[in-house]
Design a protein around this ligand. Sequence first.
Ligand code: ZN
Length: 235
Amino acid sequence: MTKTQALVLFSGGQDSTVCLAWALARFDHVETIGFDYGQRHAAELAARPRLLSAIKAGFPQWAARLGQDHLIPLSAPRAIGGSALTDGMAIEMGRDGLPNTFVPGRNLMFLTAAAALGYRRGIADLVGGMCETDFSGYPDCRNDTVQAMASALSLGLARSVRIHTPLMYIDKAATWALAQELGGSALVDLIVEESVTCYEGDRSRRHDWGYGCGVCPACDLRAKGFQAYRTAAQS
Ligand code: ZN
């Protein structure tokens, strides 16, 4: 039987860490890709090697499957600008009904670069944390967008590209529950301790759900999701 392989879009956040565990539970060989797109805070990028080391140390059954990590520079979003994630501006709602944390085309660029790397590495299965139930309503996280990209990439590379999105229809509480299901409390604890969600990249304040400023929309969502997960787990 041929070895199954996947390439996980791995940012160092909660969602992509759960996606990585999901892939490690299913594929024989798993590689990771991250992007340095000029994000304001380097905290997420710094979390990536920390998380990978912790997974290797804490989950021997997964360590054997975990392959190369690829960090790809992508300077277009920063050069285009206009987003709170790349520029020094406060997070607020835009007139288009989207928060200004939206980086137009970001996921489309990520998927294109990941598929191109997959082409070189002989990997047809991509895994990403895109999620329709995300509060932000980013249009590039919709299932229709992601599957249209899979079709476009398969055509453009003349090779099948599949994009798996295990978090597409679940909320943050269910994402924590999925982590528990995949790797038990050890994985939940690892995600709490090492993953970065905060838009401000704050690593100085520790809450029961992990580090973060505690007030930005990403911290708020993570905190509420963790609370709901804990409440459901206790009942
Ligand atoms: Zn925050």
